[in-house]
Design a protein around this ligand. Structure first.
Ligand SMILES: Cc1cc2nc3c(=O)[nH]c(=O)nc-3n(C[C@H](O)[C@H](O)[C@H](O)COP(=O)(O)OP(=O)(O)OC[C@H]3O[C@@H](n4cnc5c(N)ncnc54)[C@H](O)[C@@H]3O)c2cc1C
Length: 541
């Protein structure tokens, strides 16, 4: 019934709202009617503008629209949709809020985008068991608003207000993960519609235990599967008690090394820090401008502590000692809820703060994670690379009124669209947000080369950067002797993605990370669950 004709035209560097070249196939009128019969006419669209909205996420991956978008309202409808599409050989692409950063929702072979956002009920709250069951359209902020009066909260907090099932699908994490874990640690059970339409409860129907030794860990298999194994239609999540008291702080450091050393020393001192986030001086400056903060512009840590008043006093004292020992200064403590919210809102808006530094540019985010012992090494080298690749800022940037005082940031903003560094450093995870001019193919290549380390022939501990200084407008980035973040992370026993996932762009890096046997095992699992390869094709593997 479905006649899908399309070349594989996906790739990087097209933007929200822009639809790539390439012929999208057409679903037959009969197939579209069959979709409408399942979910109702108002919940199906084949309009170009709607398809384009669903053909991309927040990343720089090229828009690849699906052939139709459907909005099911319950799990039975999702099952019927899956059975229909699978039976007719039509790709199925699950869609949460589209905030992903690895092109996970791009319909590289067309097909039907299943937007789950209208399934937005909180199905079951079990405060005494610290658990909640949510449908896929519930976002993290909506859940925490719902939980406001019951003394519990859900701590995993990516910068975007993503859907909780999308977060499960990508294995997301956030600023609280150093204390409370990532989605991998906080999903207890998943309801999944498998490609043919059958419903699976990964830990058994209705179960919400904290530990189990019963068979294979199916929940773990689906967390981070990026829509390639099935559609998550409900998630049972672990909740945490709201801490009695909270205090947040910022402090500045003379160097990146000093900030990272402090992070490691705080963890080594067994301070149960709830959040510890790094911002380099360029990012700090960007956040000052965007969120009207007035922090000193330097490599900075944002910290937060949770506990009883007494425990907090001790945590704060030990942390201050460590930080002062490492040359930290400009402490600013935030105790009031409003002040803390302002600080963390600024941190969560770091992506948009970066984009605002250079209007018209697009953001390209790297996302590596290394063992904590290698963190300072990779961060310091990465900062050097940003400089060598002239990705540290422009003198022409207008300084916003009230922008940060003094510090290294002002000096760093000297040329080119700036690259910023921000990280969940307590987990060994950080991002470079590279700003690139979408109209400048050279710059696009340079950013891609930086992110993927095309210049892989060279040594890892490069110094000097003469090659890089000539990079803007001279020669191919591929010739440069760098070992840039993802492959450098792999060389340091880390991973090419701490939280954004593999999506479209990191499949080669996944192979390098897990090896041939690892990839074959993943492919076999995929083939068992999705023998026709129709669940979100082109992603992960
Ligand atoms: C400003 C900003 C800050 C961010 N900060 C972070 C961060 O700190 N940490 C972090 O981890 N991420 C971060 N992200 C990335 C993004 O928010 C996460 O990847 C998030 O988990 C995606 O959720 P979503 O609902 O938007 O999913 P989408 O983008 O809609 O989809 C992402 C992938 O999951 C699949 N999927 C979605 N829903 C389902 C479902 N119900 N069943 C099966 N598959 C599904 C899709 O097919 C796709 O492959 C950030 C993004 C932005 C824009």
């Amino acid at each position: 019934m479905a006649n899908l004709l399309r070349p594989a035209t996906w790739g990087l560097f097209s933007w929200r709202g822009y639809c790539s070249r390439g012929t999208q196939g057409r679903l037959s009128a009969g197939f579209v009617e069959a979709l409408k019969a399942i979910v109702g006419s108002p919940h199906v669209s084949t309009a170009a503008v709607v398809r384009e909205q669903h053909g991309h996420d927040e990343s720089m991956h090229m828009c690849q629209p699906p052939d139709a978008v459907v909005w099911p309202q319950n799990v039975e409808q999702v099952s019927q949709l899956a059975a229909l599409c699978y039976g007719q050989g039509v790709p199925i692409i699950p869609f949460g809020t589209g905030s992903g950063l690895e092109g996970g929702v791009c319909a590289v072979q067309g097909g039907v985008c299943v937007n789950l956002i209208r399934m937005d009920r909180i199905l079951e709250l079990n405060p005494e068991d610290f658990s909640v069951v949510v449908e896929p359209g519930v976002t993290r902020k909506a859940l925490n608003t719902h939980l406001r009066d019951c003394g519990l909260w859900f701590p995993v907090d990516p910068g975007a207000d993503a859907s909780l099932c999308g977060m499960a699908a990508t294995g997301a994490s956030g600023t609280n993960s150093v204390r409370y874990g990532t989605m991998r640690d906080n999903v207890l059970n998943l309801e999944v519609v498998l490609p043919g339409g059958r419903q699976l409860h990964t830990a058994g129907r209705g179960r919400r235990f904290w530990k189990s030794a019963a068979g294979y860990n199916l929940t773990g298999l689906f967390v981070g599967s990026e829509g390639t194994l099935g559609l998550i239609t409900a998630a049972t999540l672990r909740l945490h008690p709201v801490p009695e008291a909270t205090v947040a702080a910022t402090c500045a450091f003379p160097t990146v090394q000093a900030a990272v050393d402090s992070t490691v020393h705080i963890l080594q001192a067994a301070v149960p820090v709830a959040r510890i986030e790094f911002l380099d001086e360029v990012m700090m400056d960007a956040c000052n401008r965007h969120s009207k903060l007035n922090c000193y512009v330097a490599p900075t840590l944002f910290l937060e502590f949770h506990g009883s008043e007494q425990a907090l006093a001790e945590q704060v004292q030990r942390t201050e000692e460590v930080i002062r020992h490492n040359g930290g200064s400009h402490f600013s403590w935030a105790k009031e809820a409003e002040e803390r919210s302002r600080l963390w809102a600024a941190r969560h808006n770091a992506w948009y703060a970066s984009l605002a530094l250079w209007p018209g540019c697009k953001g390209y985010s790297t996302d590596v994670c290394v063992p904590i012992s290698r963190l300072s090494e990779i961060l310091v080298q990465t900062k050097e690379d940003l400089e060598a690749w002239r990705l540290t800022g422009s003198a022409s940037l207008p300084r916003a009124p009230g922008a940060g005082r003094g510090g290294a940031g002002a000096a760093a903003l000297s040329f080119g669209p700036p690259g910023t560094v921000v990280g969940h450093v307590g987990d060994g995870n950080f991002h470079c947000i590279l700003l690139v001019d979408p109209e400048d193919p050279e710059e696009l290549l340079r950013a891609q080369a930086f992110a993927e380390q095309l210049g892989r022939s060279g040594r890892s501990g490069r110094r000097g950067g003469a090659a890089g200084r000539g990079a803007r407008g001279e020669g191919a980035p591929a010739e440069r002797p760098f070992r840039l973040p993802p492959r450098r992370a792999l060389a340091l026993h880390g991973t090419c993605t701490g939280e954004h996932g593999i999506g479209l762009g990191k499949r080669q890096l996944l192979l390098e990370e897990v090896g041939v046997v690892g990839m074959e095992t993943m492919r076999q699992l995929k083939a068992t669950l999705d023998p026709r390869g129709l669940m979100n094709p082109g992603k992960v593997l």
